[in-house]
Design a protein around this ligand. Structure first.
Ligand SMILES: [Cu+2]
Length: 303
């Protein structure tokens, strides 16, 4: 069971803890995929996404405070200076102290927002040396992922409903082949390694995105754009094309499975050997190990 984020707790406080409490189970952010009644983001599994969540919560707290302040001020003014209570209005037009305050305080608030926000930008665009490089190529409408240093290339196409059922029958846990997100060929990456992603497209502009990684970058034909991530938790993480690219824009998901380095190496060897059965077996074993891991984690008492 995931911990609820600050913004979720703030929303819960606003809309009544009792109503939210019932939904708390489902409301916790999904791991690597959206979950029913989800509030806020999917679970963060990279340092960058953790920072994004922090900045988001921090800015939200400021927004809540400003909104509450303005609302209270307006209510007070409506009550205190109504015609009934204040028949002869003051003719004051200038007040130096107030004018200085309402200039300086917003500037300070903006500076307080700018500092962590620029820091985040700096971290996002400062690439640590890579342990692995992945080239993601968008097509209308599916993705190819190449691992140039390993000499591996994987085409991923979204599973149709019947293929999904087959995968579940073949032993894949149902929650790891979510509808409209699961693909036929997952891409494996090692846990706790810096992965550079070079992104491009062969036709129109797509966008390579995985919410749990905090990665989102346009795939532009004829150009290479880039992002990086360091996934610190094993699991399967899904993303979708996030640039409106045409008819099947909604059906070109990305599936990345974060695994132990040994599993990753085995997978690379199997893909290179074009041993489809072995690849399937490695992925299924990783999926079952993950399901087991999640089950034991869920059995632990919450907090
Ligand atoms: Cu697309």
């Amino acid at each position: 069971m995931m911990k609820r984020s600050l913004s979720e707790r703030m929303l819960a406080a606003l809309f009544g803890a009792s109503a939210m409490g019932v939904a708390a189970g489902q409301a916790s952010a999904g791991s690597g995929q959206p979950s029913p009644k989800q509030l806020s983001f999917q679970e963060a599994v990279t340092p960058i996404m953790e920072e994004i969540v922090w900045v988001h919560d921090y800015v939200n707290a400021i927004i809540f405070a400003i909104t509450a302040f303005v609302l209270l001020l307006m209510l007070y003014v409506m009550w205190r200076f109504s015609e009934k209570r204040n028949p002869t209005p003051s003719r004051t037009t200038h007040n130096t102290v107030v004018e200085v305050l309402w200039t300086v305080i917003p500037i300070l608030i903006l500076v307080a927002i700018a500092i962590p926000s620029f820091k985040l930008l700096f971290h996002q665009y400062n690439y640590p040396p890579p342990d692995l490089t992945v080239k993601a190529i968008g097509h209308a409408w599916n993705w190819t992922h190449e691992l140039p240093d390993q000499g591996v290339s994987v085409d991923s196409v979204m599973l149709q409903d019947n293929e999904r059922e087959e995968a579940i029958k073949g032993g894949m846990p149902a929650d790891q082949v979510p509808r409209n997100l699961a693909v036929d060929n997952e891409v494996l990456v090692p846990v706790n390694k810096v992965v550079h992603v070079l992104v491009t497209s062969t036709d129109v502009i797509h966008n390579w995105t995985i919410p749990s990684f905090g990665s989102k970058v346009d795939a532009v034909p004829g150009r290479i754009t880039a992002t990086w991530f360091k996934a610190t938790k094993e699991g399967i993480y899904f993303g979708q094309c996030s640039e409106l690219c045409g008819k099947d824009h909604a059906f070109m998901p990305i599936a990345m499975r974060v695994v132990k380095e040994q599993v990753f190496n085995d997978w690379v060897a199997a893909v290179k050997a074009r041993d489809r059965r072995k690849v399937r077996e490695i992925i299924r074993n990783a999926a079952l190990a993950l399901a087991q891991q999640r089950k034991t984690a869920d059995a632990r008492p919450i907090r």
